[in-house]
Write a protein that binds this ligand. Structure first.
Ligand code: ADP
Ligand code: K
Ligand code: ZN
Length: 437
């Protein structure tokens, strides 16, 4: 891939010393602003006997208090904003699984940072100003749509703001508008693949060559499926509303971990139970501090996302450190007979079996106070027209694959194609029936 010379991308190649100096200056400034303007942060600093002057090195970050989702809920809607509303030009909100959403705000400058990191993301995925980008992330309060939109326009790509849903129209646009790049959730793209194939269109008739997929966990096995079925290159992109939205990090052409835009986002990996900072390579909870955000700065935000920092430099030449694929949110972890199980592990296991489709659901129930799990997975139409004994053999292969990865015997049932609900945004993989009946 050719080296992109856009000035916005220069920080991707900063030498560590220069980067650390920049990070420290920006961290000190952010801490000072938060201390001055965010009551909750000031109180927590006071409780610890800390002042902004105590941040003298990047290591001092570990002394600062964490921020978590509950803090955002407790200060709903604007309690953590660090700018007067007159300077806030945009609001977004994330769904929030229970009750009120989480509200975040942006100044004009913040929107500039956001479009910059999204531009850098698209460049890392191998896109350029000649691309025609079908933006199938939802527009609205969700950060996906407008986040990708701003970066695409700044890149100079031709952005098609189609938003999520309406699969028929998505297919028409994909074919007729000469689309070369798409962004949406990986599960929605899998759904599109299915429709395109069923409509009798072959991917070789399309100009599509790259996809930028994120907003939900997915596995390498899912990537392999997407790339095999569609012939495009699929890049994993990461972000969350509390930090900025999409564009916190993305995979480069190496597709080996996501580079984090460390000039804007300082990352740490901590032990989710104790909060202790872990070394590079160790798996734990990702904690992010924003370095340049004005309206909604975050100090040591607990993302609940589980990953690890990949030690060493990337072959692409960028110096930004990388994280591994997000394994899951800690909240998604299920404990079955004392064993931790993540939905992404189940996904990888199922997709390792030929003729299994990437449409599955995990059903949780409770029996005698113990959590039980069942997995339902679609298999190809041909599979269903096979003899009963073949189907049973398939079911056993899948159950065996799941047992192999999780160490648990988990019942697997086969579902006919199209019987598991498709989503237009984030897929709902886990159906929790533990509190029913
Ligand atoms: P909500 O909390 O309503 O889902 P967000 O869109 O802010 O709203 O969701 C951000 C979360 O989505 C992240 O914290 C993470 O759990 C998940 N996520 C985003 N991108 C990825 C990705 N590439 N891989 C795995 N999970 C992701
Ligand atoms: K305003
Ligand atoms: Zn790289």
């Amino acid at each position: 891939m050719k080296h992109d010379l856009r000035p916005e991308c220069a920080p991707d190649y900063m030498e560590p010393d220069a980067l650390h100096a920049l990070q420290l200056a920006r961290l000190q400034e952010t801490v000072r602003r938060c201390h001055e303007r965010v009551a909750l942060f000031r109180r927590r600093m006071d409780e610890r006997g800390l002042t902004p002057d105590d941040v003298r090195s990047l290591d001092d970050l570990a002394k600062l208090p964490f921020t978590d989702k509950n803090d955002l809920r407790d200060t709903y809607p604007y309690g953590l904003f660090a700018e007067p509303m007159g300077n806030v030009v945009r609001i977004h909100a994330s769904s929030g699984t229970t009750g009120k959403p989480i509200v975040v705000g942006y100044t004009r400058e913040d929107l500039g940072v956001w479009s910059e990191v999204m531009l850098r993301s698209f460049v890392m995925a191998g896109m350029c100003g000649d691309d025609v980008l079908q933006n199938a992330y939802g527009y609205g309060l969700f950060t996906g749509g407008l986040g990708a939109h701003g970066g695409g326009e700044r890149l100079g790509a031709t952005v098609i703001p189609i938003s999520g849903g309406n699969t028929e129209r998505q297919m028409m646009v994909l074919k007729d508008f000469g689309v070369t790049a798409i962004c949406c959730t990986p599960s929605y793209f899998v759904h599109l693949i299915e429709h395109i194939k069923e409509s009798g269109t072959s991917f070789s008739e399309l100009k599509l060559r790259v996809g930028v997929f994120g907003a939900e966990p997915w596995s390498d096995a899912m990537r392999a499926y997407i790339q095999r079925e569609s012939g495009i290159r699929a890049h994993d992109i990461y972000g969350l509303s509390e930090i900025i939205g999409p564009g916190v990090g993305i995979e480069c052409s190496e597709q080996n971990g996501m580079h984090i835009f460390e000039d804007h986002f300082l990352m740490e990996i901590v032990d989710p139970d104790t909060g202790a900072v872990l070394p590079d390579g160790a798996e734990g909870e990702l904690v992010i501090t924003t370095l340049t955000k004005k309206a909604f700065p975050m100090i040591r935000y607990r993302t609940h996302d589980i990953t690890s920092i990949i030690p060493g430099r990337c072959a692409c030449g960028r110096t930004l450190r990388r994280i591994r694929r997000i394994r899951s949110r800690c909240d998604d972890m299920m404990i079955i007979r004392g064993v931790n199980v993540f939905p992404s592990q189940i996904e990888a296991a199922l997709l390792s079996v030929e003729k299994a489709l990437p449409h599955y659901q995990i059903i949780l129930t409770r029996k005698g106070g113990l959590d039980q799990m069942e997995v339902s997975v679609e298999v190809t139409k041909e599979m269903f027209s096979d003899r009963v004994s073949e189907l049973e053999a398939m079911r056993r292969r899948l159950a065996h694959a799941v047992e192999h990865t999780t160490g648990l015997r988990i019942p697997v049932v086969l579902a006919e194609p199209h019987t598991i609900a498709r989503s237009e945004g984030k897929a709902k993989r886990v159906i929790d029936r533990r509190h029913e009946g």
